[in-house]
Design a protein around this ligand. Structure first.
Ligand code: PLP
Length: 310
């Protein structure tokens, strides 16, 4: 086989980015164009809502007039594959997989295979996982399209993208998108530097948090190829909300990303989701968190845990 001087076969590798003001707008436009209006859109049963932001995942489905359905997650926020299949049997046109906080579900491949078996389109929500996709390559290749939320990972105020994989090409033919030149491309930033900082900060936090085991437990052990959006921990024994307030009041920018579940996710039907919503806290790992500031954060966390427990 001869080898050309330059690889020119674009078709199998093209993943064009359609730029939008936000991930939710990219999702809305995609659903309006490609989703079967008579079929459900399946979401993981861990979707948050806030008065200020609404729900970036749920609102586009309502805006297009589609019917949502939910598949369960387990206590580690991983897909319950049996429940996903139960939901697929009941019928679905689209399955949304969310790579929460930049982490790839261990059941990712199986979830995709199930969705394909039942003929559903697959959207990979990479609002938190753009860097795991681009640098780890462990998500974003099996779905038809992916969603990036640029402003969640890069220092820019707005920005989202619809990434179209080869299997999604036909779905977006003629799709309306109004490129906004004020939304910068991810490549305008030193992504490698950001990725290196996030990975190093996550590794440092995992080490620093070890003495707090049982009170602050990492939700996952992150594989080295992943790039966390935040470092997700479970807070045990004290109120996560009070701890959140106290840490922020002292200048440590922790987040409880999905503190309130959307109304369709009732506590009776989805107790595990509510338990996660009540206990998960997200620690910063972005490039502005220095090693010293993370050490100070963990010291303060330990101090506040003692105070709250006494
Ligand atoms: C998992 C997930 N997907 C999508 C979105 C929507 O992102 P954006 O703010 O870019 O619309 C959010 C945030 O709201 C999110 O947390």
């Amino acid at each position: 086989m001869p080898i050309p001087k330059i690889g020119q076969d674009a078709a199998p590798l093209e993943r064009p980015l359609r730029m939008f003001p936000s991930a939710r707008e990219a999702f809305r436009v995609f659903l309006a164009q490609a989703a079967d209006p008579g079929k459900r859109v399946l979401l993981p049963a861990y979707i948050g809502w806030s008065a200020r932001e609404g729900s970036g995942v749920f609102d586009p489905i309502a805006a297009v007039g589609l019917t949502p359905g939910f598949y369960r997650v387990d206590a580690q926020l991983h897909v319950d594959l049996e429940d996903l299949e139960r939901q697929l049997v009941r019928g679905a046109g689209v399955v949304v997989l969310i790579h929460y906080f930049g982490h790839v579900d261990p059941g990712y491949r199986e979830a995709v295979a199930l969705a394909r078996r039942y003929g559903a389109l697959i959207v990979e929500d990479e609002a938190h996982a753009m860097l795991t996709d681009l640098y780890g390559g462990t998500c974003g290749r099996l779905g038809d399209v992916c969603l990036f939320s640029l402003h969640k990972l890069l220092p820019m105020p707005t920005g989202g993208a619809l990434v179209v994989n080869p299997s999604g090409r036909a779905l977006v033919e003629g799709l309306a998108s109004a490129p906004d030149p004020s939304i910068r491309a991810p490549w305008d930033f030193d992504l490698h530097a950001m990725v290196a900082a996030r990975r190093a900060n996550a590794a440092l936090l995992a080490e620093l948090l070890a003495p707090l085991a049982g009170r602050v437990d990492p939700l996952w052990t992150l594989p080295p190829e992943e790039v966390p959006q935040t470092f997700a921990v479970k807070i045990r024994g004290v109120s996560r909300d009070v701890l959140y307030e106290r840490m922020n009041a002292r200048g440590f920018g922790v987040v409880s990303l999905y503190h309130t579940m959307i109304t369709p996710l009732s506590i009776d039907e989805f107790p595990i989701s509510h338990e996660l919503a009540r206990t998960v806290m997200n620690l910063p790992v972005h490039q502005e968190a220095t090693a010293d500031s993370l050490r100070a954060l963990v010291v303060e966390l330990g101090r506040q845990l003692e105070l709250l427990a006494s």
